[in-house]
Design a protein around this ligand. Structure first.
Ligand SMILES: Cc1ncc(COP(=O)(O)O)c(C=O)c1O
Length: 445
């Protein structure tokens, strides 16, 4: 039985949702939210839920964090200026250049998809080449050029250049010929791709921490090889930090890993849940952006005052000395709680986290590290969906997605409560779904 709101939505919104990812296979319809505060969401029925999605990672500070709310209010008082530059924009650029190793110059835009679109444009304009190398299981928004092999349903397991698999209809016929896809954490595949396409590549784009397939760190020697070879061959290395940004510390994944790319994209957390994205990097590259050069980036909403003020508030908040120690300890506590819960509940789940975001791989061996999408894709989505459903019934919102996380407004009590509820939910899933599978197995054989 679908809700009346979903029935109304289905008449006026394709698929009944405002974004494809808002369809919720665990619940059968979107999770409708009336309001949010700190770590909590309130459903339409007035029931409260602990949030483990946190706006897909955008509200790292918590929903309506007081610093962000005050900044938005201040922007309103200042006239909600849109399409004008002022001191706040220049100062934010200065702060980001001071903070992020790769940034010597930056530009602001609105969504992550736009940021990766522009980063690619700059790489192509700068190198005069068009091909781009990306990794299977890495997501960079839905630009035509990059909409390949995010989460393919067919994974061929080969250790070489993969067939480009489009993630959407409507791409130009030429698009697959401009993308080179390889499995992640596979040195031989990277070397093979360079041997074949090295002279044609404008860019290598990657999530430096692959949260869009859970939480997968790059192999150290692969990362070194990528940095060295891109530099040697004049290929622009782009770190897409839209999700990894600010999960480990103020200098983002590049600071954490100690590798500086040529260009970086930021989004999500950077403005505390208000739409802002950033792209930037080496001065030489950014100097070709119009009007300094001929790679055009412009737009009415770029550097809108509300997200700019919110980003200042975000940076002020994370600068508190205890911000990251507390957030990271809390995230670690949640991982421990969940590991204990799944063990107690008898549900096999591998949990991996880096900083303040984590992945859960249902049905995979809890002791074996997941290092690429090929492994991640073997998780049992039925178990994931069943767990999300059971948690929802118990008042915790877990999005049936690849990555999850807490905010700075979660507390130890909340995290411990999640652990208790997760043990109960895991037990219910193990009893229903796992038993069903067992029964089927017996009937079949
Ligand atoms: C790594 C990465 N890049 C790009 C995007 C696209 O960002 P947006 O949804 O703001 O367009 C996302 C969003 O999930 C992301 O995780």
């Amino acid at each position: 039985m679908t809700s009346e709101l979903y029935q109304r939505a289905s008449k006026v919104l394709p698929g009944g949702v405002t974004a494809a990812a808002r369809a919720n296979p665990a619940l059968g319809e979107p999770f409708y939210v009336a309001r949010a505060a700190g770590p909590m969401l309130t459903g339409l029925n007035g029931r409260e839920y602990i949030d483990l999605c946190m706006s897909n990672g955008a509200t790292l500070l918590g929903h309506a964090h007081p610093a962000i709310a005050t900044a938005v209010q201040r922007a309103i008082e200042l006239g909600i200026t849109c399409a004008y530059d002022g001191e706040a924009q220049v100062r934010l650029a200065e702060r980001l250049v001071e903070q992020i190793p790769a940034f010597e110059m930056v530009r602001f835009t609105t969504s992550g998809t736009e940021a990766t679109f522009y980063a690619l444009r700059i790489a192509r304009a700068y190198t005069g080449r068009t091909k781009v190398l990306k990794f299977e299981g890495h997501f960079h928004g839905f630009n035509d050029a990059l909409a390949f092999n995010f989460w393919p349903t067919r994974v061929d397991g080969s250790s070489s250049v993969l067939a480009p698999i489009p993630e959407t209809d409507g791409l130009p016929e030429s698009a697959p010929s401009e993308i080179v896809v390889i499995p992640f954490n596979d040195l031989a595949a990277f070397q093979a791709a360079l041997d074949r396409f090295g002279d044609e590549l404008a860019a290598v784009i990657m999530e430096p921490i692959n949260f869009d397939s859970g939480a997968i760190l790059p192999d150290r020697s692969l990362l070194t090889l990528i940095r060295e070879e891109t530099k040697r061959r004049g290929i622009v290395l782009i770190f897409d930090e839209i999700l990894s940004g600010y999960r480990t510390g103020p200098d983002c994944a590049q600071g954490y890993l100690g590798v500086t790319p040529d260009l970086t994209t930021l989004g999500k957390a950077v403005a505390g849940g208000v739409p802002l994205s950033v792209f930037g990097g080496r001065r030489e590259l950014m100097s070709i952006v119009a009007p300094a050069g001929r790679a055009v980036h412009t737009g009415t909403y770029n550097a809108h005052l509300i997200p700019i003020m919110a980003a200042h508030a975000f940076l002020d908040t994370i600068a508190a000395p205890d911000f990251y120690p507390r957030l990271l300890a809390l995230s670690e506590r949640l991982q421990q709680e969940l590991r204990r819960a799944f063990k107690e509940g008898g549900l096999p789940v591998r949990i991996q986290s880096v900083g303040a975001r984590f992945g859960m791989y249902f049905g995979l061996d809890p002791e074996i590290e997941v290092t690429c999408f090929q492994q991640a894709s073997r998780q049992d989505k039925r178990l994931l969906n069943a767990f999300c459903r059971e948690m929802h019934q118990r008042g915790v919102y877990v999005n049936p997605a690849w990555h999850h996380g807490i905010s700075a407004m979660h507390t130890e009590q909340i995290v411990d409560r999640v652990g208790e509820l997760a043990a109960d939910a895991a037990r219910a899933v193990a009893q229903t779904v796992l038993t069903m599978t067992e029964e089927r197995r017996h009937t079949r054989y």
